[in-house]
Design a protein around this ligand. Structure first.
Ligand SMILES: [Zn+2]
Length: 265
């Protein structure tokens, strides 16, 4: 790593997906060279948790375990019971740092009746085992907020891939949550999020790539595509710094601290 490279943690990256099998090694090496010092891999379904754990161990990353709303089905209770066994057997396993990815997705109405109790069960486990939670909240903010109020969490969590205005952001922040800021901030058409970021304290954010597919890489301007810049995480820092009229170094340090604190790394 060059000494002038800004150190970053990716708070949400699906490195365990089999999509990456052929080039995981190369991708991680590249990201590390660009300043990535750690990453949190959120597990998405009970079938894939073993791989999540393995990949995290192999590449010295941290991970979460949960049932993503897209993977929620009528067997959710079996999954949640398995999740609790995983947590109990982690045996002071320090790499497991969160419950999730879990949450609600209003675009997926077909399994909605299972998404709700499944997310509720994740909230119960997060509080019982004092772990922060990684929340996927899409087209379901009212429902997510209502559940977060009903199940207050000592360790809070992160609303990953947050998109919304300052009003919505504040409702999550008031509940002790952080906002996971990803590529939507770099979308010129997405106006609400930059406006919100101007007005929120710097302690509110963590950053993420949410990389899930090899084809996602095209969305992400890596070093070879953008002059002098590097990882999407650096572009996010730069954008937050511009919006808040602060320096990149200050923003990167605070966001780094936020991530350490959120996951107790
Ligand atoms: Zn995700």
């Amino acid at each position: 790593m060059r000494s002038d490279v800004i150190k970053v943690i990716d708070s949400h990256i699906h490195l365990d997906f089999s999509e990456f099998d052929a080039r995981r090694e190369q991708l991680i090496a590249q990201m590390r060279k660009l300043g990535l010092v750690n990453a949190v891999i959120p597990g998405v379904s009970s079938e894939s948790w073993d791989r999540t754990t393995e990949v995290a161990k192999q590449y010295q990353c941290h991970y979460g375990l949960g049932i993503h709303p897209w993977y929620c089905n009528q067997d959710w209770q079996v999954g949640v019971a398995a999740l609790e066994r995983h947590i109990l057997s982690r045996n002071k396993e320090l790499s497991l740092v969160a419950i999730g990815e879990c949450g609600l997705d209003g675009f997926y109405r077909d399994n909605w009746q299972w998404q709700l109790p499944c997310f509720e069960a994740h909230l119960v486990l997060a509080q019982r085992y004092q772990l922060p939670i990684i929340v996927h909240s899409v087209k379901a903010h009212n429902e997510v907020l209502a559940l977060l109020k009903r199940y207050p969490l000592d360790r809070g969590g992160v609303i990953h891939g947050f998109y919304g205005g300052s009003e919505l952001a504040k409702r999550y922040l008031d509940l002790g949550f952080k906002l996971g800021i990803g590529h939507l901030l770099l979308d010129e058409k997405a106006k609400k999020l930059p406006e919100a970021i101007v007005n929120l304290p710097l302690t509110s954010f963590v950053i993420e790539t949410d990389l899930a597919m090899v084809s996602d890489l095209q969305k992400y301007p890596f070093a070879d595509k953008i002059n002098g810049s590097s990882l999407i995480l650096h572009l996010l820092i730069e954008k937050i710094a511009n919006l808040q009229k602060k320096t990149n170094v200050l923003v990167s340090e605070q966001v780094f601290q936020n991530t350490l604190q959120l996951f107790d790394l």
